[in-house]
Ligand binder design. Structure first.
Ligand code: GLV
Length: 326
């Protein structure tokens, strides 16, 4: 008998076809948004689940789904998983690193540029029919080339953004990370290590690319925003909750910093109402990895993890491999 899996959200049909070759698949191609109780109900008798970053795998869910062996996330971030509880329950978690690195770095850089050069704000002005003349200072933004690009969180995506800034735009790239990169990697990224305080004070454009963890909650709040330059912009492509969105809205209104670009939000898909009413913020709906080839590669990797583990006993990108060797 084939193992039974749940694909918790809509996915590329060709990925479902692949999964159906190996599994008895329950799919959700209508993309219904299930409550935790509904997810638990759908998971009864399933050995595997294909999740996105929106489905929470909690201790409560694990206790209620004793047949579950693997949760394969179609995302590199996995803060929707209680990984400790999964390990304790003997459930493997997997994510989708590498396949989205360059695409996400492209988007982070694009959002930084759109923010600095006020693209959304000026487009709204044009669409509203308010453009009636050229003016010397109209939507004058911040310089990108030659400016200082700060990166908080220097993993694979942060390094991709650094390379774009240093070698594509002649930016002075500085970064802060839990651990400093080795000299060869720093040189390959054209980036120098600084303290968090230096990063805040010196960046013209500060891009956040660190993973979410309880320690990263509100890593950028009112105190940190107050240390930034009033001409600076802040970009968050990491996770909602890393920035205190309410404090950011106040900082944008008061001119503590010049602008922000946000692809992720606290409590998304809800967006803090004050962010919706400030003009100097570019808002996008968590799409940094969204190109069709990359999303397909992510879905394929999540499927390969399910097949690798449930059919062949070895996942491709496990998060808690100790579960398998235990
Ligand atoms: C998207 O946010 C991801 O973690 O892949």
């Amino acid at each position: 008998m084939k193992p039974r899996i749940l694909v918790a959200r809509a996915v590329f049909p060709q990925v479902l076809t692949l999964l159906a070759q190996h599994f008895d698949v329950t799919a959700n191609q209508d993309d219904a948004l299930w409550s935790s109780a509904e997810l638990i109900q759908q998971l009864q008798g399933k050995q595997g689940v294909f999740t996105t970053g929106s489905e929470r795998i909690s201790q409560e869910l694990l206790a209620a789904c004793p047949d579950l062996k693997i949760c394969a996330n179609m995302a590199v971030g996995f803060n929707n998983f209680d990984l400790d509880a999964m390990t304790a329950a003997g459930v493997l978690g997997t994510n989708t690193p590498d396949v989205l690195t360059e695409t996400t770095a492209d988007f982070g850089f694009a959002l930084m540029m759109a923010t600095a050069r006020r693209m959304a704000e000026s487009e709204h002005f044009l669409r509203a029919g308010l453009w009636n003349r050229w003016r010397y200072d109209m939507f004058a933004g911040a310089e990108v080339h030659g400016s200082t690009l700060g990166i908080l969180g220097m993993g694979r995506i942060g390094q991709g953004i650094a390379r774009r800034g240093a070698f594509g735009f002649g930016m002075n790239v500085i970064y802060h990370n839990r651990s400093r990169l080795d000299a060869a990697t720093e040189a390959a990224c054209g980036a120098s290590y600084v303290s968090k305080q230096d990063l805040l004070q010196r960046s013209d454009h500060l891009v956040l690319v660190l993973p979410y963890s309880p320690e990263a909650h509100h890593v950028i709040g009112a105190t940190e925003l107050a240390q930034m330059k009033p001409t600076a912009s802040l970009v968050n492509i990491a996770r909602g909750g890393i920035v205190d969105d309410a404090a950011l809205a106040i900082a944008l209104k008061q001119g503590t910093i010049a602008a922000a670009g946000l692809d992720v939000f606290e409590g998304e898909p809800k967006v803090h109402p004050d962010l919706l009413s400030v003009p100097n913020v570019v808002l996008t709906p968590h799409i940094a990895s969204a190109t069709i080839p990359t999303r397909l590669a992510m879905a394929q990797l999540a499927a390969d993890n399910l097949i690798g583990f449930l059919v062949h006993g070895k996942a491709v990108t496990p998060l808690n491999p100790q579960v398998v060797s235990a």
